[in-house]
Write a protein that binds this ligand. Structure first.
Ligand SMILES: Cc1cc2nc3c(=O)[nH]c(=O)nc-3n(C[C@H](O)[C@H](O)[C@H](O)COP(=O)(O)OP(=O)(O)OC[C@H]3O[C@@H](n4cnc5c(N)ncnc54)[C@H](O)[C@@H]3O)c2cc1C
Length: 464
């Protein structure tokens, strides 16, 4: 199938979702041809359903015609999961399914459509004194459906857990158009297989998520945030374990290295010291103000004992926001150093962080390309970003080698390829190496039984 879709099919889709819910001009299709990576591929059409029923009808039509479907939220993914890499198929984009359907303050749950922007859901539940903790840095430009499909995490996941820990139930359109409902409001539910979990991190390959029931917790009333500067990256990474070994579980424990700090400072002018090798951003929170204060004091002491040059606790909300602005802008600030970046998200046992950070620096100096290292060090999740110019074939060849070495570094210490972004297209070649043939075979069988025609996001996760 080439680019372009028969008019008859476009008309059939328009009958289901309305004429304003189908896009097929080259200009419109271009908008849905990429995500947060540099991968590209143009779909034949884009549909924007408004209901689960419409989604089901679209899937039935596509299944009959054997047309691939590529689910999409905001396209912020970092594994090319929502990119139609084969230049065929229909992108099913959920941004028009953006209603919060219910906030239940007694059972502390929220029911929302898949296309709700995560930050909007968070602020709506906070108005009711409740809290939805998962906080990917893309919180303002990613959807609940995309977060579930990738099992997104973020800085706060050290203390609170990842998206998957908050899903109580899902509505999913299966590959034959049937509508599956999983879970519900009961906190405990062991009736049958845990189908809800199956869809967390399924990357759009098993079903189209249209609605989610999410667990909420009480909003922490107090929060303290500190920034510790380290002359040595090795000391900063060792401090991560020293803090946790004292039994303190901060809400966040983030590491940012010098390459990234310099880029942030150049872009944002926040007054960060650029002559340090690394900073840690640490936040403690809770409902007991004095306990939160005691914890940040203890964190400061441990940082100083572990070699921090300075530890600064934010005194005002404005200062705190500045620190988070710095952390959240790492990804975009790196563009100042090189036109392209390949951002990975290896996750390793915490004890291995110092050795893996050292290995990443070796890989960088051996190949002569910078690697900025930052990430959620508290849960062993590092984002080594290789900075390069894709127009330079020599650099691109090096990047491919370096990527393999970065994965090897993680796997050799018992780590994994991805803590947040998923496999998508970019990590497909390493999937079996990371999991082994038996695990991949079991996963293929799950895929085959739920999607026998292979129309749901084909070419993602598995090598064909
Ligand atoms: C600057 C930046 C910062 C980021 N920071 C983080 C971070 O801190 N933590 C983190 O985890 N991720 C992060 N990401 C990656 C990305 O934002 C997340 O993976 C996010 O969950 C993707 O959501 P989305 O709505 O954009 O999904 P998309 O990119 O549109 O899709 C992602 C995957 O989910 C599938 N999908 C989307 N919606 C559905 C649905 N309704 N049903 C079934 N499948 C679906 C797609 O097919 C695709 O495989 C970051 C990305 C950027 C660009």
């Amino acid at each position: 199938m080439g680019v372009g879709m028969a008019n008859r099919m476009i008309e059939e889709l328009a009958k289901i979702v309305g004429e304003d819910g189908v896009l097929s001009t080259p200009e419109d299709l271009a908008v849905y041809s990429y995500d947060g990576t540099f991968a590209e591929g143009t779909p034949q059409a884009v549909v924007l359903p408004k209901t689960t029923g419409q989604t089901s009808a679209v899937v039935k039509l596509a299944a009959e015609a054997r047309i691939p479907l590529i689910p999409r939220g905001m396209g912020s993914g970092l594994a090319a999961g929502s990119v139609p890499i084969s230049n065929e198929g229909i992108v099913v984009c959920f941004t028009r399914m953006n209603r919060i359907l219910e906030i239940d303050t007694v059972n502390t749950t929220v029911r929302a459509e898949a296309g709700v922007i995560t930050a909007i859901l968070q602020s709506e539940v906070e108005k009711e004194g409740l809290f939805y903790p998962p906080d990917p840095s893309s919180i303002r430009h990613s959807t609940i459906g995309g977060n579930i499909a990738c099992n997104a995490g973020g800085p706060r996941c050290l203390k609170y857990g990842v998206t998957g820990n908050y899903i109580l139930g899902l509505t999913v359109v299966l590959s034959d158009g049937r509508i599956l409902k999983t879970g519900g409001k009961p906190i405990k539910d062991v009736t049958g297989y845990n189908l809800t979990s199956l869809f967390a991190s399924s990357e759009g390959t098993l079903g189209l998520i249209t609605e989610a029931l999410l667990r909420l917790v009480a909003r922490p009333l107090h929060v303290k945030t500190a920034l510790a500067d380290f002359d040595s990256l090795a000391n900063a990474s060792r401090t991560v374990n020293a803090i946790l070994a004292e039994g303190i579980v901060p809400a966040t424990l983030e590491l940012v290295d010098q390459t990234a700090i310099v880029c942030i400072e150049e872009a944002m002018h926040l007054g960060l010291a650029t002559d340090v090798e690394a900073v840690l951003i640490i936040e403690t929170d809770g409902s007991d103000e004095s306990a939160v204060f005691r914890e940040i004091e203890a964190v400061g002491r441990i940082c100083r004992e572990s070699g921090a040059r300075t530890v600064k606790v934010a005194d005002t909300e404005e200062e705190r926001n500045g620190l988070w602005k710095a952390r959240r802008s790492v990804g975009s600030s790196l563009a100042r150093k090189a036109p392209n970046k390949l951002g990975e998200d290896i996750t390793v046992p915490r004890s291995a962080i110092p050795a893996v950070v050292e290995r990443l620096r070796e890989i960088s100096s051996q190949h002569g390309l910078p690697i900025a290292i930052f990430g959620h060090a508290g849960d062993g999740n590092l984002h080594p970003n290789i900075l390069f110019d894709k127009r330079n074939p020599e650099q691109w060849a090096k990047v491919k080698l370096m990527m393999g070495e970065v994965f090897e570094a993680a796997l050799s210490v018992g780590g994994t390829l991805s803590g947040e972004h998923g496999v998508g297209v970019l990590k497909r070649p390493y999937f079996e190496k990371a999991l082994g043939p038996v695990s991949v075979d079991v996963q293929r069988r799950i895929k085959q039984s739920l999607d026998p025609l292979n129309i749901l996001n084909p070419g993602k996760m598995f090598e064909d």
